[in-house]
Design a binder for this molecule. Structure first.
Ligand code: PMP
Length: 359
C-alpha cells in the first residue's frame, strides 16, 4: 500500500484506521449485509443514527436544548435553509463578508430576505476579519451570519463575536471538530462533513430549539428543520454509507482524546507550516497573522512561473492536491484532522528542498 498525503480542501483525507475498518465491514456489517444494503429505518441503522448523535453531543458538549440534524445538499443547501427557517416575521438578516463562502451564503439569502452586509473584508483583499467594533448591524435582523473559516482565503476567526444579544449563525464547514467550540454562543451551526468529519454527503446542523417552528411556508420539506428534527433527520432516505463513515470518524475523534487533543495537534501542524513559510523569502502567506487559518494555508512562491513544477514534484513524493484555488492562485495546504503531523513535516521538508534547488 502506498498512501499519499492529500492536502485537498475537501473531500479530504480520512483516518487510515477508519478506512480499514470500513473495508473490513464492507461485506458484512449486520446480519450478513453491508451497511449500504440495510433499511435506514431498521433497528441496526437507527442505533447507528443514535450513536452518531451521542458522539457528536459528547465531543462538542451540545446542551439538551439544541437539536442535532444530519441533512443533505451540502452547506450550499443550508445557504437557503437558514433564511427560510429562521427569518420568521422579520425582513432583514445580517451577514459578515469575509470571503468566497460568505458571499455565496449572502447571494443565496438575498433570494429570501433583505441582506445587510454588516462588514466586509473586501478592502483588505479578504486577508482579515473586520473588527467587531466596525460592524454595522441592523436593529431588527433575524440573525447574524458568519463564516468562521474561509476555506479559500485561509482566514479564520480565533474568537467569536461577543457582547450582543443576537442569534449568531455560523457556517463551520471547514472548521467544525478541529477544536472545541462553545455551542451556546450560537443559535445555529452548520457544516458539510467532507473536511474534518467524513466523506461528502451529509451536513451537520446544530440548532437551538427556540429557533424551530418559524419556517416560511415555502420551505421545501427536506430543508425544514422543524420537520427533520422529530424524524431524527430521516424525513427521506439518507446516504446511509456516509452516515456510517461519519460515525466511525466520530469514534476515532473520541479515541484521540476529543477536541482539545485535536486542537493541540492542529495548532502544532499549522504553526510548523506558517513558521516555515515566514522564515523563507521564497514562500509567502499574506493573511493577517491574528486570523490565519489552522485548516487551510494558502501560500505563493516568489517565482510563480515555478508553480507547475512545484506541484509536479510534490506529487512525485506523494504530496497531493496542493494547487491553490483559482481565485487566489499559488498553493494551498489543507491540514484537516486526518492529516498526520508527519504529512506536514514531509511537506515542509519538500518546500525547503525545492527552495534550495530553485530559490
Ligand atoms: N462553506 C464553506 C466554508 C466551504 O468550505 C464549502 C465547501 N468548500 C461550502 C460552504 C460549500 O459546501 P458544499 O460543497 O458541501 O455545499
Amino acid at each position: 500500500m502506498n498512501r499519499s498525503y492529500n492536502f485537498s480542501a475537501g473531500p479530504a483525507m480520512l483516518p487510515l484506521v477508519v478506512l480499514a475498518r470500513a473495508q473490513k465491514e464492507l461485506l458484512e456489517w449486520n446480519a450478513g449485509m453491508s451497511v449500504m444494503e440495510v433499511s435506514h429505518r431498521g433497528a441496526a441503522f437507527m442505533a447507528l443514527v443514535a450513536s452518531c448523535e451521542e458522539r457528536l453531543r459528547l465531543l462538542l458538549r451540545i446542551p439538551a436544548n439544541y437539536k442535532v440534524l444530519f441533512m443533505q445538499g451540502g452547506a450550499s443547501a443550508q445557504f437557503a435553509a437558514v433564511p427560510l427557517n429562521l427569518l420568521g416575521d422579520r425582513k432583514t438578516v445580517d451577514y459578515i463578508d469575509t470571503g468566497v463562502w460568505s458571499q455565496k451564503a449572502i447571494s443565496e439569502a438575498r433570494r429570501y430576505a433583505n441582506v445587510n452586509v454588516a462588514a466586509s473584508a473586501k478592502e483588505a483583499n479578504y486577508t482579515t476579519v473586520p473588527l467587531q467594533s466596525a460592524w454595522k448591524l441592523s436593529a431588527d435582523a433575524a440573525y447574524l451570519h458568519i463564516t468562521p473559516n474561509e476555506t479559500i482565503q485561509g482566514v479564520e476567526y480565533h474568537q467569536f463575536p461577543q457582547g450582543f444579544d443576537r442569534v449568531l449563525v455560523a457556517d463551520m464547514s471547514s472548521t467544525l471538530l478541529s477544536r472545541p467550540v462553545d455551542v451556546t454562543q450560537f443559535g445555529l451551526i452548520y457544516a458539510g462533513v467532507q473536511k474534518n468529519i467524513g466523506p461528502a454527503g451529509l451536513t451537520i446542523v446544530i440548532v437551538r430549539e427556540d429557533l424551530l417552528n418559524k419556517a416560511s411556508a415555502l420551505t421545501p420539506s427536506i430543508l425544514n428543520y422543524s420537520l427533520q428534527a422529530p424524524e431524527h433527520s430521516l424525513y427521506n432516505t439518507p446516504p446511509t454509507f456516509i452516515w456510517y463513515m461519519v460515525n466511525l470518524v466520530l469514534e476515532w475523534l473520541v479515541e484521540q482524546g476529543g477536541l482539545a487533543a485535536m486542537a493541540a495537534v492542529n495548532e502544532r501542524k499549522a504553526t510548523a507550516l506558517y513558521d516555515a513559510i515566514d522564515s523563507s523569502a521564497f514562500y509567502k502567506n499574506t493573511v493577517d497573522k491574528a486570523y490565519r487559518s489552522w485548516m487551510n494555508i494558502p501560500f505563493t512562491l516568489a517565482q510563480d512561473k515555478r508553480d507547475g513544477l512545484f506541484l509536479e514534484e510534490a506529487e512525485k513524493v506523494g504530496l497531493m492536491n496542493l494547487k491553490g484555488h483559482r481565485m487566489v492562485g499559488g498553493m494551498r495546504a489543507s491540514l484537516y484532522n486526518a492529516m498526520p503531523e508527519e504529512g506536514v513535516h514531509n511537506l515542509i521538508g519538500f518546500m525547503q528542498d525545492f527552495e534550495r534547488r530553485y530559490g
